[in-house]
Design a protein around this ligand. Sequence first.
Ligand code: ADP
Length: 460
Amino acid sequence: MDNSPPFKKVLVANRGEIALRVIRACREQGIRTVAIYSTADRESLHVKLADEAVCVGPPETNLSYRNIPNIISAAEITQAEAIHPGYGFLSENAHFAEICQSAGVIFIGPSPESISLMGDKARAKALMRETGVPVVPGSLGAISSEDEAISLSREIGYPLIIKASAGGGGRGMRIVHQESEFENALHAAQTEAFQAFGSKEVYIEKYFQNPRHVEIQILADAEGHVYSLGERDCSIQRRHQKLVEESPSPVLSPKLRQEMSSAAIKAAKAAGYINAGTVEFLVDDHRNFFFIEMNTRIQVEHPVTEMLFQYDLVKAQIRIAAGFSVDPPGKSFGHAIECRINAEDPWTFAPSPGTLDRFLIPGGPGIRVDTAFYEGATIPPHYDSLIAKLIATGRTRQEALDRMARALLEFEIDGIRTTIPFHLALMTDEQFRKGTYSTGFVEQFLLRRPWEKRRKSDMA
Ligand code: ADP
């Protein structure tokens, strides 16, 4: 293996914990880093930790973290050879990846072609179907006419889901329970899709009542190696957004894991995919799995896999972008789980930005905390509400959950509300501990008013 640094200097086109994560991966490989920041982030840790920092605009993301000309200029001025986009912002923007290419800067991620193929979810599904990867039953590509959609919806049966082809982040989806609602729902979904994503293309698929969301992490290098690093179960969601992720999935048998990994590798190969990526599936009650989409970036929940395999995915991304091969992942060990700690009310999930009067992070065996915050820091209202990712590992699922609960109790944050009490209630919930949950779990869990139970146990 070539041990020379893959690049001399990398620009990190992101903020928050993921910017720190990339800076750390660079530093460990002897790569200098350039941070970019908006005027709201002057005091941010990613600015302090990078070797250089360039202000790219005001707080509004369109003018700063999504401002392509300013970011490319920052790379040119600082002579960065490559740009790591992190997740969110420009990470799945094929146009940005193309502009990087034409400016002679390496985009650390897949090719613009792979990004745009997978970014069009209807097209991606069509390709998967041709490749022989099981997909959720539904329209072949985007809906072209209302009549076609209605006859197809009869074939699929209700309930069904209308999704934006260009959708993401749990948005642009509409569940339809009966035919009388279909026409209105279709029009509303098209209008919403256009407003949110600039394209009114939608597709329809069967709506599974209580599936599991299980995704496979893959790594593919330019030499043609495509590896699977197992799954992450992300069924603990609220409004289609992930709150907790764990691996191994409590419901996967070794055989099913093998089958899903092979399907994910097949998917990546069919798309000519190079770099880290995630193939997302729904798993039904009978343990059948169906492709929903592929994410062409490093994901928020990547640490779960990193801990399980003791494998640095961000370093691998950088090496792959430089044309180096990566090591096979080897064997995983034990169990890992991640809780997303957000600046939100723990039960209503209403945003709660503000200043962290106290910020004491947990530690000890099997605990990893990925955060860009510190005591006295202010959480700006302009960006997402993630304050920290808390990852716990253990030899068994039980040990990982016990450690997570212990670490959540140690975590002290004052000045804002956080989702820590939600996670604590979840970690000690009997049903969650059994592992028999689906994507509908959180809704049911909240109906059981877990905050009352907590208060009683606090008083005991
Ligand atoms: P996004 O890219 O917006 O995150 P996904 O297609 O990945 O959208 O879906 C997000 C979540 O929405 C899934 O994890 C699942 O909970 C739910 N979902 C998506 N498609 C279906 C479906 N066909 N049936 C049931 N739930 C679905």
